[in-house]
Design a binder for this molecule. Structure first.
Ligand SMILES: CNC(=O)c1cccc(C)c1Nc1nc(N2CCN(c3ccccc3Cl)CC2)nc(N2CSC[C@H]2C(=O)NC)n1
Ligand code: NI
Length: 199
C-alpha cells in the first residue's frame, strides 16, 4: 500500500504518524505542479488536509487523536511532493473584518508582495519540526496569491497579518524551505527597521 493510497483511504483521517519530520529529504525537495483538471485523488487529499487542520484545532479531537495544533499544512509534509497546501486560520483580530480563511490551494504562487516585511512576535512552529526554534521569521507583510481551487477556478487573493504569514510558511514547504532557514543565526531577534511584529 503506497503512502498516497493509505492517505486516500475512505476512513483514514490524517494524524501525526502521517507527517514526516525534518531530515526527511521530501521536505527539501521542489514539489511538482498539479496538472489540470485536478484529478480526484488531489481533491480528496486536499480535503483530508483541511480536515486534519480542523481536528487539530478541536480540543476534543486533537486530544483523542494526539494532534499538534496547526493552521496550515503542505502536501510534502505528508511525503507527497505535490504543490497543494491547506490553510484554516481563524482571524479573530478585531481591527480586520472577522475573515476566516479556510481554503485548499493548488499550485499557489505569490504574484505580488509588499516591500514591507512582518513576523510573528512569538516566532513560528512547524508540524514537521519537533523542537522549539526561537527567533523572528521575517516574511512579506502583504501578499497577493494566485492559485487554482478545488473547482478548477483560478483565484487571486490578497492577504495580510497572520494569514499572510501562514500561507508564506506553507508555500515555502512546496519549495523545500523550512521556517528556520529565515532566522538570523547570530541574532535571531534582530529586526530591520520597519518590520511589523505581529501579536
Ligand atoms: C516558536 N514559537 C511558536 O511556535 C509560537 C509560540 C506562541 C504563539 C505562536 C503564534 C507561535 N507560533 C506559531 N503558532 C502556531 N499556532 C498556534 C497554536 N495553534 C493552535 C493550537 C491549538 C488549537 C488551535 C490552534 Cl489555532 C495552531 C497554530 N502556528 C504557527 N505557524 C507558523 S506559520 C504556520 C503555523 C502552523 O500552523 N504551525 C504548525 N506558528
Ligand atoms: Ni511547517
Amino acid at each position: 500500500m503506497t503512502i498516497l493510497n493509505e492517505l486516500l483511504e475512505e476512513n483514514h483521517s490524517i494524524n501525526m504518524d502521517d507527517i514526516i519530520r525534518e531530515g526527511n529529504p521530501t521536505l527539501r525537495a521542489m514539489a511538482d505542479e498539479i496538472s489540470l483538471p485536478i484529478e480526484k485523488e488531489w481533491i480528496t487529499l486536499g480535503e483530508k488536509m483541511l480536515e486534519f487542520l480542523r481536528n487539530s484545532q478541536d480540543p476534543v479531537k486533537s486530544e483523542e487523536m494526539g494532534l499538534r495544533g496547526g493552521v496550515g499544512i503542505a502536501a510534502p509534509q505528508l511525503d507527497v511532493s505535490k504543490r497543494i497546501i491547506a490553510v484554516l486560520v481563524p482571524n479573530d483580530d478585531l481591527e480586520n473584518p472577522a475573515s476566516l480563511i479556510e481554503e485548499i490551494l493548488y499550485n499557489p504562487k505569490i504574484i505580488a508582495h509588499s516591500v514591507q516585511k512582518a513576523c510573528l512576535k512569538d516566532g513560528e512552529g512547524c508540524l514537521s519540526v519537533d523542537r522549539e526554534i526561537q527567533g523572528f521569521v521575517v516574511r512579506y507583510a502583504r501578499i497577493t496569491v494566485q492559485y487554482t481551487n478545488k473547482d478548477g477556478e483560478t483565484k487571486k487573493i490578497k492577504l495580510r497579518g497572520y494569514e499572510a504569514i501562514v500561507v508564506q510558511h506553507e508555500i515555502d514547504h512546496l519549495n523545500g524551505v523550512m521556517f528556520f532557514d529565515h532566522i538570523n543565526e547570530l541574532e535571531p531577534f534582530k529586526l530591520e527597521k520597519g518590520v511589523l511584529v505581529l501579536e
